[in-house]
Design a protein. Structure first.
Length: 93
């Protein structure tokens, strides 16, 4: 299994609660639609970055497929214009 975590910092002018809600609405339904995506959470942070994406995949291959999957690319368009920075981390368990 692969755990995929991304910490997001939003642009200063972003309506942060609205952008985080848009990310949740766009990303969470992908579970069950993209093969190998087992779990996903999108949560606001109370320190550090603005929000975190946590997801689990059945393999590295599934993570790679997810990265360019049309549903994922479309979902990102709902919040990515407001992203200032992101820090990804992937690891196997």
């Amino acid at each position: 299994m692969v755990k995929h975590i991304i910490l997001f910092t939003l642009k200063e002018e972003a309506d942060k609660p609205a952008v985080i809600a848009a990310a949740q609405d766009a990303l969470l339904p992908l579970v069950g639609q993209i093969p190998g995506l087992l779990k996903m959470e999108v949560r606001p942070c109370f320190c550090g970055p603005d929000f975190v994406l946590y997801s689990e995949f059945d393999s590295r291959e599934s993570l790679n497929i997810y990265a360019n999957h049309p549903l994922h690319v479309e979902a990102k368009s709902h919040f990515f214009p407001w992203v200032d920075a992101r820090m990804p981390a992937d690891y196997e368990v």
